[in-house]
Unconditional design. Sequence first.
Length: 260
Amino acid sequence: MGAVTKSDRQRVVVLGSGPALATAERDNTSFLLESPAGNLLIDCGGSPIHKLLRVGSEPDDLLGVLLTHAHPDHIYGLPSLLHEMWLYGRTRSFHVYANQPTLRGALSLLDVFDLQEKPLPLEFHVIPDEWQHLLLDNQSFEVRTSPVRHEVPTVGVRVRLRSSDEAIAFSADTSPCPPLVALAKGAGLLFHECSVVEPHAFHSTPEDVGRVAAEAEVGRVILVHCHHSLTRQPDLAKAQIAKLFAGRVEFAEDYGVYEL
């Protein structure tokens, strides 16, 4: 097999792996999905163009961005992203996908900088509040969303690859809930938040992650949006998860690459 090129590679790149309070090592959680049919951002933290270039991804290859919810660490980079793509000379449409409350917040943010109508054409798509909604379908991947449990309306994401029929799931910020388990069912990779060490109504503990992963029968768990005490003692968190889930578990790192 020849070397992987930009035109044929498929991968998930972790552009940020940390919670809302960033550290020197971990920025706010966001992802890049790359495919031959075009690329998709999942959430949009700070300096998105800088991060894309750092991982060797062309900004103009972006189809759009999927915003999981309206908390600042997940959407505040959107104005910078659109402004810099205009500076790069982009003229074709850019797509923004979000549920109604998140889209309302994103539009307000763009209005602050007069970016809703310019400098490049934008297409806004409302994600409905339904399980396994088919959001995107192209020759490389299929994207489905489901509402998950958080303090503001939030969606989890499932990506199915056309090339292998493999699935990747992204929990977004959530505590365990039936739509998340269904969304993650059988996924080879589950990027799951692990924000708290004690039970919480809207975030997940290591035990919560283990329970979801086991029930969904996923292949491998990548922990993101993690509480700082957990990243300081990773073996403890892994041991708690292992009580419920026998598969591979690892902590994501910023700019970590997962080939698909």
